[in-house]
Design a protein around this ligand. Sequence first.
Ligand code: HEM
Length: 419
Amino acid sequence: MGGTFGLSACLAREGDRTDTPTEGVDFPSGPSDLSTLPRRQHAWNDYLIHDGHGNTILPRHQLVLFLDYTGSIPPTDDERARVEEAFRGIEAAFQRGTGGRRDALFNGGLLFTVGYTPTYFDRFDESLPTSVGLDTPESVVDELSEEPSIADDHDAVVVLNSDYASVTLTAEEALFGTLDTVDGVEVTSSLGGVFERDARRAAFVGRGHPARELEHDEIPDSAPLSMGFKSGFADNQPSEDKVTIDEGVFAGGTTQMVSLLELGLDEWYDMGSDERVSQMFGPGLDVDEVGSTGEQLADESGITEETVDRLRADADERGRVGHSQKLAAARDEDFDALILRRSEGNVPAEFGPALSFTSLQRSIEDFVTTREAMNAPELDDEVEDDRHGIRGFVETRHRATALVPPRGLRSLPTPRGRE
Ligand code: HEM
């Protein structure tokens, strides 16, 4: 819902909840010296909760804001200062995630990024340097033979994450100037006048939430994601270094894919749990090894080079292959995944259950390579669509691509950085 009404209703709701301690929770504020914050906007791992196996746990609530630029080209110093002050305002008001505390159990702070799309950079005469692999969403849907109308054309994407929905909503309202203070910190600037909110996407993740929030009886009670299994293990999420642009004026930045995926949950849960494990992971794994929601898998996804080598044989002999098994075929020479899946959230969309998918990668081409591995058309003769990992249960409804600049260039960059 959003807005100040959504915020006050959310605060009241959080107050009632038992699993979200708010009593006496005075949301921790940000550092007085903001220069102590990381140079990379996407440096989140040190500010995320880690489970007992060292896997990072994403904050429960995600809010994605799609913005249209209404400022000047090139941006004036005033416009740039205004935007920067607005972002610094929420950084001062809210601690960066867990504040770096490795033993944190709750993520009472805020993690956010701002990214700029090809539509924004097309407003300038110059083009982005070749060191930035920011393909347009149109070219991505074309390469993936998807419906052209799903390509989004906003100018910027702000992704806000926290364990408390009131934190993401407060940050949103502060960014758009409907609040005078946040946690006692005066709001001195907003994005209003430079950006307009065109669309927003609220999502959530976390054990038990999908079963409670999405009207779908089949979702296991303790599942963190609506398709039942936890995702993102230490062994198949690349390091932040691997997805960071390492040369040129935007070194220290990254690229972001922001998609909305419609899920065929009815058909998915028509299958038995063994089949769902096989198709989410690989035919070589079973429910006892994985667990009903992936809880048996410590820091390893169970996918090995042998699992990938078995793809062709599994297709020929079983007529069934796994989502992870296929995706792992896109890993690099160190057998690291190319994309860092950052905040996959459940969305009760108007068309039904959906997944808000965002990933970071050094170039958008790395995402396309990974998604092509998920499609794996070379297996189609042997494998029916509904046995082809999760491909037959997922339809892409929106795609946006963005460059997430390093923090120092996050406010109205030009294709040349700051000139
Ligand atoms: C409905 C949407 C999706 C769901 C519910 C989902 C869920 C999962 C789960 C449960 C796993 C296995 C656990 C893990 O290894 O993390 C996994 C693996 C993975 N998924 Fe997805 N996924 C979805 C869509 C996608 C998409 C669209 C992509 C990107 C093209 C993607 C990329 C990956 C990658 C790279 C892996 C790890 C494969 C490896 O081990 O190298 N997923 N996903």
